[in-house]
Design a binder for this molecule. Structure first.
Ligand code: CMC
Length: 429
């Protein structure tokens, strides 16, 4: 494409190249803007800023399309496994059987934690939030694997180690929180089955075997969370990684970014909200009035990118129906969630603002049905998002034009002032 945009400023006209993506989405290339004009752009929240070009994930928010490496999310959720999807995101292609075997073997081989590292769990208070434990432990991996401090995106071992150990850390942190001994990973279980085993195996029930329906639901949940292009946590991973910090440091920062209630913490906030509505008598209409009066926020609704529907939420709602029926669970919170959705989809306030359920609206219901406690929900999001973070880190590190991420600012503070001695700083009353 050889189209240009023109900027008129200070009696001069500047031409800037239009860049076109695979689906004809367009951007103005402003890389030489400051050099040519002395201007920078101001875009808080990055509402209009493309931070990079990428080949990993495509989202069309208007039409509710989500593709990983070109494959529709629905096909992957229905036909793939989390391990296969992770390979696809990280290495760019679906694996052959031999490649998948090699990758799965690496994940199995690297699932154990160094025993010294296991003792680190004892240093945390028993009520520590599992996200605090997760980000600390992932950061600690660089202490146990000093060879990985020099970042190397071609190192398959570092990548498999992170994917596999994050799962072990998550399982161990839950068992410790319960006051139980950790359950070591088992080589004969697949990725998701092994996680459920590490979460739920109990010394009094050593023969625990995860229900295949739960394994299947977890696979789907993790696939749906596996990437979402330049969201807050993936952009954080890229930003930290751009300083040439090691992979574990970059991912630990991504975990912290994910924790906030406007990002991955929303799944926990949804359940808290549904519990509150139930405690107040279950009146979803009254709650929605408060949302419209801006006294409360409808968690699990709205998205910066999706302005029609979130395809992940649609798949999850279907799975929630299926799993609850399979487990013969009747969940009042699911009923309240359905009512809220019904009210919102026919209310002008939500229609006008294009607010629809996002991935977090129904994921919590599924986690609850699986027996996963609320404070672990965001950890599950991190477990799903890890291949996406790795893929972004790898893509950034392998790009020919990788530079440290360093935005600019418009300074609005005081101009030059003279230093004053302490006792003359405030005017007399
Ligand atoms: N409840 C009520 N009103 C809302 C909501 C909501 N959940 N989300 C947006 N709005 C209103 C907002 O008040 C604003 O109204 P007005 O124009 O009258 O001021 C309008 O809709 C636009 O919202 P915004 O806050 O400018 O939109 P944003 O793109 O900055 O924020 C969001 C996106 C996801 C942070 C926001 O929709 C939100 O806070 N949702 C609830 C939290 C949530 O579910 N987060 C999970 C996001 S999906 C998981 C992920 O990818 O991390």
């Amino acid at each position: 494409m050889n189209q240009k945009a023109k900027l008129e400023y200070d009696d001069k006209t500047y031409e800037m190249q239009i860049v076109e993506g695979s689906f004809a989405e367009r951007a103005i290339d402003i890389r030489s803007l400051r050099k040519d004009t002395g201007l920078i752009t101001l875009d808080s929240g990055y509402m209009n800023t493309g931070a990079t070009s990428s080949k990993i994930t495509y989202i069309n928010g208007e039409e509710g399309i989500l593709l990983y490496r070109g494959y529709p999310i629905k096909q992957l959720a229905e036909q793939s496994s989390f391990v296969e999807t992770s390979y696809l995101l990280i290495y760019g292609e679906l694996p052959t059987s031999a490649e998948l075997d090699e990758f799965s073997n690496l994940l199995t081989y690297h699932s154990m934690l160094h025993e010294d590292m296991r003792h680190l769990f004892d240093g945390f208070p028993s009520n520590a939030h599992p996200m605090a434990v997760l980000s600390s432990m992932v950061s600690a991996l660089s202490a146990y694997y000093p060879d990985s401090i020099e970042p190397d995106p071609s190192n398959k071992q570092d990548i498999a180690r992170l994917l596999s150990k994050l799962r072990t850390i998550a399982g161990f942190s839950y068992q410790k929180r319960q006051g139980r001994p950790v359950a070591y990973p088992k080589n004969d279980l697949d990725y998701c089955g092994n996680f459920l085993h590490m979460m739920f195996s109990h010394p009094a029930e050593p023969t625990y075997l995860p229900d295949p329906e739960l394994v299947n639901a977890l696979n789907v949940l993790l696939i749906l969370h596996a990437d979402h292009e330049q969201n807050c946590s993936s952009s954080t991973v890229r930003m930290v990684g751009s300083s040439q910090a090691n992979l574990y440091a970059a991912i630990s920062a991504g975990i912290s970014a994910l924790w906030g209630p406007l990002h991955g913490g929303a799944n926990q906030a949804v359940i808290d909200m549904l519990e509150e509505i139930r405690a107040e008598g279950g009146d979803s209409t009254a709650f929605m009035e408060q949302v419209k009066n801006r006294e409360r926020r409808l968690m699990g609704f709205g998205h910066r990118v999706y302005k029609n529907f979130d395809p992940r939420a649609m798949i999850l709602k279907k799975y929630a129906d299926h799993l609850l029926a399979h487990l013969k669970i009747e969940d009042e919170l699911f009923d309240i969630a359905r009512q809220l959705e019904e009210v919102a989809l026919s209310d002008e306030y939500f229609i006008e603002r294009k607010l629809y359920p996002n991935v977090d609206f129904y994921s919590g219901i599924l986690y609850r049905a699986m027996g996963i406690p609320t404070e672990m929900f965001t950890v599950l999001f991190a477990l799903g998002r890890i291949p996406g973070w790795i893929a972004h880190w790898k893509e950034m590190m392998e790009a020919p034009d990788v530079r440290i991420a360093r935005p600019r600012q418009i300074y609005m503070g005081a101009t030059q002032r003279d230093y004053m001695p302490r006792d003359s700083r405030r005017p007399p009353p």
